[in-house]
Design a protein around this ligand. Structure first.
Ligand SMILES: NC(=O)c1ccc[n+]([C@@H]2O[C@H](COP(=O)([O-])OP(=O)(O)OC[C@H]3O[C@@H](n4cnc5c(N)ncnc54)[C@H](OP(=O)(O)O)[C@@H]3O)[C@@H](O)[C@H]2O)c1
Length: 162
């Protein structure tokens, strides 16, 4: 099963200068709960942006065109296909970004966990357009801003239509 997990602003923005848009405590907790014990797959730039790496208690996979790249705590593959070939039956793979990697996997994913932040941010990285004919919204949980979360946001779950 291939999951995509992403947080966007109102315009589909996901990052700026290789950093996230903002830090929402509840979103980071949700990310940790969903991905722990599973496999996370990311682009080399997202790997570079992680404050702490590898992400603990998860199989970390990084995609890079650099054939000589070696990373402590991560497996590096030079194509998405080569990475997917190593995934076992029953392994849950979470595509965790960034823009280039979401573009490569949005048509391969079975489920999208989208945190829609109710704000607009300065950005240079975006999530690809989701075709409404392809995705069915199955869950929507709104959250109000509070002392640990500076913005209102909604957790949305989409599954690929059959
Ligand atoms: N809001 C969110 O949920 C979220 C989540 C994750 C990331 N982000 C943000 O997204 C931004 C980063 O996105 P990005 O698009 O710049 O970078 P990225 O997708 O993280 O990584 C891009 C890199 O992946 C490798 N790559 C891309 N396509 C490839 C292919 N077909 N085959 C082999 N390797 C390939 C290349 O690495 P090499 O250059 O090493 O060859 C490329 O430079 C940051 O701002 C980050 O904070 C946001």
């Amino acid at each position: 099963m291939i999951h995509i997990i992403v947080a966007t602003g109102k315009r589909g923005e996901i990052g700026y200068k290789n950093q996230l848009l903002c830090h929402l405590s509840a979103d980071l907790k949700n990310f940790k709960e969903l991905t722990t014990g599973h496999t996370v797959l990311m682009g080399r730039k997202t790997w570079d942006s992680l404050p702490k790496k590898p992400l603990p208690n998860r199989r970390n996979i990084v995609i890079s065109r650099n054939r000589n790249l070696q990373l402590d705590g991560a497996e590096v593959f030079t194509t998405p296909e080569a990475a997917l070939e190593t995934v076992r039956v029953g392994e849950e793979v979470f595509i965790i970004g960034g823009e280039q990697i979401y573009q490569l996997f949005v048509n391969k994913a079975d489920i999208i966990h989208l945190t829609r932040i109710q704000a607009e941010f300065e950005a240079d990285a975006y999530f690809p357009e989701m075709n409404p004919d392809d995705w069915k919204l199955i869950e929507e949980i709104p959250h109000q801003k509070d002392e640990k979360n500076s913005y209102n946001f909604v957790f949305q779950t989409f599954v690929k239509k059959k």
